[in-house]
Design a protein. Structure first.
Length: 282
């Protein structure tokens, strides 16, 4: 079966590369923790909506998803407590939202039957959980190499509590998708195609939230085309035309760029000229 695993940012930066830089800058570190909190909190809402769509069937799936909601709520609670303790923000994170972009790229209404919708939901959960596991593992690794301050130790303790439960969610998703694929060759083909689609969607959503540099708009179009190429031929034109304008003309991307430039200037005008501007255009 197709193995869904997170790819590097622009095929260059791994999660470890990114987190090693993050933990060295307290402001960015705290913002990253708040994004974790927001994503865990938002997962509760998305999983609850899935439970409601399933409308009681199959009962075993409803039970597992309910436990999943409980886990995500507990993770959001732990991260909220952590941020309050260290004086971090609890607002909705600024910038391009990974979750919002992921949902924008999903064609949630285009399913022939409830089983197709379930396969899509499981594939979506699985690929996003894998990204979360990649980041938590990289974050723990970076914190082990960082100065062992009281704050860093507290952050690491929290992430180390969350990480095993997230890996359990990934194993559960792999098992559920494999169980459906084993039903018949047609089911296997359907699961494989859906996984390929959601691998492409997740990578596009991930990069849209991380890449603000010059030319990001065209790179986002390229990632959108990766998603389009996973669809049946007759679905491609409508999907592309519905999402292309927002992909090219995203006002949130411009806001993020302006904010990043202002912060860089306020911190160190010389570094803004010698480092930020060359990095932006590179």
């Amino acid at each position: 079966m197709t193995v869904a695993y997170p790819h590097k940012l622009r095929n260059n930066l791994s999660a470890r590369d990114i987190l090693q830089r993050v933990v060295r800058d307290r402001e960015i570190h705290i913002m990253t923790l708040n994004r974790y909190r927001y994503n865990e909190q938002r997962s509760c809402k998305d999983l609850t909506e899935l439970i409601e769509k399933l409308n009681g069937n199959p009962p075993a799936m409803i039970r597992d998803l309910s436990h999943h909601v409980s886990d995500e709520a507990r993770h959001a609670m732990w991260l909220t407590d952590l941020l309050v303790d260290i004086g971090g923000p609890l607002d909705n994170p600024p910038g391009v939202s990974y979750i919002d972009e992921f949902e924008r790229l999903i064609d949630s209404e285009n399913y022939a039957n409830p089983e197709d919708a379930l396969i899509a939901a499981l594939a979506a959960i699985n690929v996003t959980e894998k990204r979360g596991c990649e980041y938590f593992a990289a974050h723990i690794h970076a914190l082990k190499a960082a100065p062992q301050t009281e704050e860093n130790l507290k952050i690491r303790e929290t992430i180390e509590k969350i990480f095993p439960e997230e890996t359990a969610h990934v194993r559960w998703g792999n098992k559920q998708l494999a169980k459906i694929a084993a039903q018949s060759p047609a089911h296997r083909q359907k699961v494989e195609a859906t996984k390929r689609k959601y691998i492409a969607i997740e990578q596009a959503a991930y990069e849209s939230g991380m890449d603000i540099m010059f030319g990001a708009e065209m790179r986002r179009v390229n990632k959108l085309m990766d998603v389009v190429n996973t669809l049946p031929l007759w679905e491609r034109p409508q999907y592309l035309m519905a999402r292309l304008p927002e992909t090219i003309l995203d006002p949130e991307l411009q806001k993020v760029r302006i904010t990043a430039a202002q912060k860089s200037w306020n911190r160190d005008p010389e570094a803004f000229v010698t480092q930020f501007i060359p990095m932006f255009f590179k």
